[in-house]
Ligand binder design. Structure first.
Ligand SMILES: NC(=O)c1ccc[n+]([C@@H]2O[C@H](COP(=O)([O-])OP(=O)(O)OC[C@H]3O[C@@H](n4cnc5c(N)ncnc54)[C@H](OP(=O)(O)O)[C@@H]3O)[C@@H](O)[C@H]2O)c1
Length: 269
């Protein structure tokens, strides 16, 4: 099989990829997938022991790529700059950024604790901005690249009882649209991935009312979402969903806003 691959499948240049929030869920699955594809992957997160575990897992599996684990909080611009500097110093360039780190909040906006809402906004909006601002100069030096912003179907279709989270993901859409115009001349593409419900630590770590999931809505594995990120890098669309059902959700939310608002208020309420 290896000989067949070498002869008939053209070698793809190794990509240098920075993923934020790779200590669990989608980021973790994406890091292992890219390392399995032979890429050089820098992975950030705050939990040092999880980063060490990830590096060990990749080494134990003898993956053809490499993983560099970097402890960094996306809400700290200096930490994100250091993460990019370490990536470039280890792998000599940066081609792809997957801005994935994020946290949710569920519950009525007015009664929510401000500290919880602030964490969501700082992580999901400021975190993306710090990541992009640190990474773009390195991507420019590499002659171009691709930024994937991991968003949610609640970005284009905000849900009741998820106001701050929906707003944070809608901000991702606005940032992407603005950045596309700014970075076109640098040959840097920007894709927003609208993710539907996935089985990760996300629901348990959600602030406000953790743990609850929409039991009637199909749930993806993090590996499925990671596959969507790889497809986004191949196809370079402006926006993308992983499944047709998520596309249907967004279409319905845009076509029938009042109906969807009522439905989401009932589901999330
Ligand atoms: N799961 C879903 O149903 C779903 C649906 C739509 C969209 N999404 C989006 O998918 C992305 C990944 O979520 P997930 O489902 O994989 O959840 P997850 O398992 O909870 O992973 C979240 C990741 O974000 C990192 N993170 C959180 N705050 C951070 C901070 N301040 N600095 C650095 N890293 C931070 C966490 O690492 P540390 O705690 O180690 O820092 C963790 O690695 C998020 O942006 C989320 O909004 C998820």
């Amino acid at each position: 099989m290896d000989t067949y691959r070498k002869l008939f499948i053209p070698a793809r240049p190794t990509r240098v990829i920075l993923i934020t929030g790779g200590t669990s869920g989608i980021g973790h699955a994406a890091a292992l997938m890219f390392a399995a594809l032979g890429d050089c992957v820098a992975v950030t997160g705050r939990r040092a022991e999880r980063l060490t575990d990830l590096q060990r897992e990749a080494e134990a599996a003898d993956l053809p790529g490499a993983i560099l684990a970097i402890e960094a909080d996306v809400t700290d611009p200096a930490a994100m700059q250091r993460a990019v500097d370490r990536t470039v110093s280890k792998f000599e360039r940066l081609d792809v950024v997957v801005a994935n780190a994020g946290i949710g909040h569920r519950g009525p906006l007015v009664e929510a604790r401000w500290s919880d809402l602030e964490t969501v906004l700082r992580t999901n909006i400021d975190g993306v901005i710090h990541t992009v601002r640190a990474a773009v100069p390195a991507m420019r030096s590499a002659g171009g690249g691709h930024i994937v912003l991991v968003s949610s179907i609640l970005g284009p279709v905000p849900g009741a009882y998820a106001g701050a989270y929906s707003a944070s993901k809608a901000a991702t859409d606005a940032l992407a649209r603005s950045l596309r115009g700014e970075l076109k001349a640098d040959h840097i593409r920007v894709t927003v991935l609208w993710v539907g419900q996935a089985h990760t630590e996300f629901a348990d770590k959600r602030l406000g009312q953790p743990g609850r999931v929409a039991t009637r809505w199909p749930t993806m594995s993090p590996e499925q979402v990671a596959g969507g990120i790889e497809r986004a890098l191949e196809r370079k669309p402006r926006t993308m969903t992983v499944r047709w059902i998520d596309r249907l959700f967004i279409w319905a939310g845009r076509q029938f806003p009042a109906l969807m608002d009522r439905l989401l208020a009932r589901i999330y309420g």
